[in-house]
Ligand binder design. Structure first.
Ligand code: G6P
Length: 623
């Protein structure tokens, strides 16, 4: 999720690099760094923790005595491995100071690579906890020991690394070049061409970084390497053969490009979900052993076995994820689970003991009510785990264990990809707790994990059908009220559907348990009230179908969210959206997608600001 920019030309590189980083800061903002090659062919680096402004302020204090040169690169970090500290900030240097590297992605086999380097006698200490630093060691070894050029060293590096990577490297041995590479389809690399004869060329993780300078670009595919110099750009494929690349002209403005071609950040984030889910699951699921590994859950087997009760605290959309988790953890781990709003929890003197596990769910890790609940639990001696998206945030720092979401920066105020990513985390947490307590058979765990790894593909399939929601939004955008119904594990999804609609479109919407409709909301039903009902195949299906009958008998309009293969609902509901079959514990991830798309399209038809709805904030840091 990190941002990268590189420049070679005749201007001072630093302002170009900083300008690019400013346009990329939405990708990550826990630390930033630059590397510039000066006239004496030395690599000068500067790094700062926190927002980019910390780095620019530090550079300003140098009063022009800082890095100077016409070739350089920069990086803004969204931490995945290692806390947001200066040693973990990019660029990372090779041990002999010949190479610097910036990277976006995850090097899955970095521990093995470190061991291999030691076994080869290339045994140098590391300065960071990152997966990236090993790249600097590897590239440097290929240059210093094997006499390779920077391009060849990069190609050799691609042969041995596993995972996802956009890598940019500089070397004092090749001081007139920037070498970039891409591995896997995640983490793009774009090359920008300066005006003909200018001798200027660029590389970046995203188009907005370089748009003020050029609209002529080429894209790297997985396995490609680019050597960027004042003379031009040479491309290599994985076999090291030179290849030509199409030059594409970008006709868009910077902000549109930041949104990756989407109209709004929220729309982009909805469409990010297959990748966010893949990243969240990646490296944690072992299908052979039917186990999960949650690397930052620092509890002993004895501590896990002693847990008697789980209390989940959260706010907003994260609270809805908590309600889903109650079904997951109770069913799998057979532990009683209580779910509370952060804002309610501490004011009623909650009962907590050292054998309680408090699970805080918070995308930002900074919501003050959730933090206060964590603090309350700490005072009472409970164990604390948090499900967090922002690495190094307050919630992550004050918890005993963390499960990160890996959803990347979520900019739209209404949460989308963090919701579904947290649900994936919570399923893995449920399995983890269940296995620690011996409550889950290997067969059931294996089936669940298989279903989990299929989820990103199912989400991608659901997202392909956007037209349907546009049509529905056209028909229903003028409604005054909406009712959302669900039962069992899908009841929280009904709440989330109603929340998404009201916060984005300002239409009054209520989420209700389908079985409770007859105790009140049924009085609202007439031909003007759209009712969205989640009626997937599970043990309460027939009961939910009865609720649909009751709505139809009173002339309500029903959109049913059903499971593919359902033959009953087409004749009962006005519209049906079909979800791919999955384990019922995973249905909420899929059912969330129609909720998001419907709300998004209704809100945009009503002319609402979907990225920054009125009165709301992304991170609520006041009580
Ligand atoms: C705000 C946001 C919501 C979010 C809630 C909790 O209300 O607008 O989208 O769900 O805070 O945020 P957290 O970062 O703790 O998950």
């Amino acid at each position: 999720m990190c941002g990268i920019i590189g420049y070679v030309g005749s201007q001072e590189a630093l302002p170009v690099v900083i300008g690019g980083l400013q346009r990329l800061e939405y990708r990550g903002y826990d630390s930033a760094g630059v590397a510039i090659i000066n006239r004496a062919n030395q690599i000068q680096t500067r790094r700062s923790v926190g927002k980019l402004s910390n780095l620019t302020e530090a550079l300003a204090k140098e009063n022009g005595t800082g890095p100077h040169g016409t070739l350089g690169m920069g990086h803004t970090r969204w931490a995945t491995h290692g806390k947001p500290t200066e040693p973990n900030a990019h660029p990372h240097r090779g041990p002999q100071d010949l190479v610097v590297v910036v990277h976006n992605g995850i090097i899955e086999n970095y521990i093995q690579l470190k061991k291999d380097l030691v076994a080869q006698g290339y045994d140098y200490p590391y300065n960071s906890e990152t997966d990236t630093e090993v790249l600097a060691h590897l590239i440097e070894k290929f240059i210093a020991r094997d006499g390779l050029s920077l391009e060849q060293a990069m190609l050799r590096t691609l042969e041995v690394i596993k995972g996802t990577a956009a890598i940019v490297a500089l070397s004092v041995n090749d001081p007139d070049k920037i070498v970039a590479a891409r591995l896997s389809n995640a983490g793009g690399v774009v090359i920008g061409y300066g005006p003909t004869g200018s001798g200027e060329n660029y590389v970046a993780s995203d188009i907005p970084a370089i748009l003020p300078h050029t609209r002529q670009v080429s894209f790297l595919d997985s396995g490609d390497v680019a050597s960027i110099s004042r003379e031009g750009v040479i491309f290599y494929n994985q076999q090291g053969e030179t290849i030509t690349k199409e030059i594409v002209t970008i006709n868009t403005d910077a902000i549109t490009a930041a949104k990756g071609g989407y109209k709004h950040f929220m729309q982009k984030e909805i469409y990010d979900q297959p990748q966010a889910l893949t990243d969240t699951i990646r490296g944690r699921v072992n299908l052979e052993t039917a186990t999960v590994s949650l690397e930052d859950m620092r509890f002993s087997a004895e501590e896990l076995a002693a847990i008697e009760k789980v209390t989940i605290v959260a706010c907003g959309t994260s609270w809805h994820a908590g309600l889903v988790a109650k079904f997951i953890i109770e069913e799998l781990a057979r532990l009683p689970v209580e779910v509370d709003y952060g804002s309610e929890f501490r004011y009623r003197d909650p009962i907590l003991t050292p054998n309680h596990l408090l699970v805080a769910i918070t995308q930002s890790g900074e919501t003050v009510d959730t933090l206060a609940a964590i603090e309350e639990a700490r005072v009472k001696g409970a164990k604390i785990a948090s499900i967090v998206n922002v690495v190094g945030s307050q919630a992550a720092r004050i918890s005993d264990g963390v499960v990160y979401m890996q959803a990347g920066p979520e900019i739209g105020v209404a949460s989308t990809k963090a919701f579904t990513s947290s649900l994936a985390d919570l399923l893995m947490l449920g399995i983890y707790l269940a296995q620690a307590r011996g409550a889950l058979s290997k067969e059931r765990a294996a089936k669940l994990l298989q279903a989990l790894i299929e989820i990103p593909k199912h989400v991608a399939d659901l997202l392909a059908d956007d037209k349907l929601y546009q049509t529905m939004a056209r028909a229903k955008a003028h409604s005054q009220d909406f009712l959302y119904l669900g039962r069992g594990i899908n009841y929280p999804v009904a709440l989330e559907g109603a929340l998404k609609l009201k916060e984005l479109s300002y239409i009054h919407a209520e989420g209700y348990p389908a079985g409770e409709m007859k105790h009140g909301p049924i009085a609202l039903i007439d031909e003007g009230l759209p009712v969205v009902v989640i009626a997937t195949q599970d043990k309460v299906y027939t009961k939910v179908v009865s609720a649909i009958e009751q709505v139809k008998a009173r002339d309500g309009w029903v959109l049913a969210i059903a499971t593919e293969g359902d033959t009953e609902l087409a004749s009962k509901a006005d519209e049906v959206i079909y979800l791919p079959p999955t384990d019922p514990l995973l249905t909420p991830i899929l059912a969330a997608i129609p909720m998001q798309l419907l709300s998004y399209h209704i809100a945009t038809r009503r002319g609402c600001d979907v990225d920054q709805p009125r009165n709301l904030a992304k991170s609520v840091t006041v009580e």
